[in-house]
Design a protein around this ligand. Sequence first.
Ligand code: PMP
Length: 404
Amino acid sequence: MKIKYAEMTNHLGSSAVRDILKITQGSDIISLAGGLPAEELFPVEAVREAYNRALAADGSALQYGLTEGYLPLREQIAARLTVQGLPVSAAEMLLTTGSQQAIDLLCKVLLDPGDAVLVEAPTYLAALQVLGTYRADIHVVASDEQGMLPEQLEEQLRLRRPKLLYAVPTFNNPSGATWSRERREQVVELCRKHGVLILEDNPYGEIAFDESPGAYPPTLAAIDRSLGGEPSVAYTGTFSKIVAPALRTGWIAGPRELIGMVAKAKQAADLHSSAIDQRALHELLQRFDLESHIRLISREYQSRMKLLSAELTSRNWEGTHFLEPRGGMFLWLSLAGHINTAELLPLAVRQGVAFVPGEVFYSARPQKNAMRLNFTHTRPELLPLAVQRLEAALTMYAERLPAL
Ligand code: PMP
């Protein structure tokens, strides 16, 4: 039988990152490709205890749960967000299967085919995939190191009349960039003026390297709330980077009406996310010192980033440029203009190192000479070897040796 697929499947594509992860798994290739946290830092013992406690009470942790998610956990997340400057209640929040599902459900309830959506470039690959499946008309707003350019944004808002602006303004995946406070305020104000909802995707915000108070600007959602009136930012977060991705627990905080609509879509999608995982997280947050754990992993990630940065700097490859990220999990490396990192990748894999070519993070007009390097997953002692292998691949590239 010839299976007749829906039109949207033409827009699914395959994730280049997953394809690379497949090659590197189980091999001795050092992978700086995946966006994975450090496994050896997972709080395994605390998570084990949390599941035990969740199961010890009675059978209720194994029952169907609310579509919006386990209320005591929502209350804990709301309390954390409030401390972080975003005062929300549990009723303005819905738990999802990772923040990936939050992005998907939001796009599902907001977008008709052909609706315009504004994004940064480069931006999160899997968000581009979601936008593709809902057949969004994706437009880029140009940015500099401070964030989206307000004049460009205003022009795009007028020209495209978008329904949504999607951004990762803090420790961006893939660029590592963090928007300045001024730009954040300008973007929020402009989107409010034009009645455009912002989807602020913030999975990395708590992986912050600078511990001094006030080191980072507030989130777009916090700025938006401080202006009063109806919120115009849907804010997504996750436990994936601060506890463990396998728990698949993320959230959306946003206008009540939108949360209600997303709940309807979620009911149709999966009824609710795993109740046992939510119960375990609730138990974990009660007894485990999550804030100390976040500081611990952030310090370790910063030291790995510094190590990678020092190795790259000492190699001094011609035409290379990067900025040290102030948090998160990625360093964006631009190489000399003539180098195509998608063509470099097979040579790098042959040398025993993997990265993600920059071009996959663009909806159009990609920067082909950049790559995303993850510094959190690889053991620090292997980072110098990874850079050495990258150099060997660059030498092969320069000599135009045939690929695999
Ligand atoms: N947004 C961004 C920018 C990400 O990098 C990721 C993880 N790769 C996600 C959302 C989704 O993470 P999760 O579903 O694990 O919460």
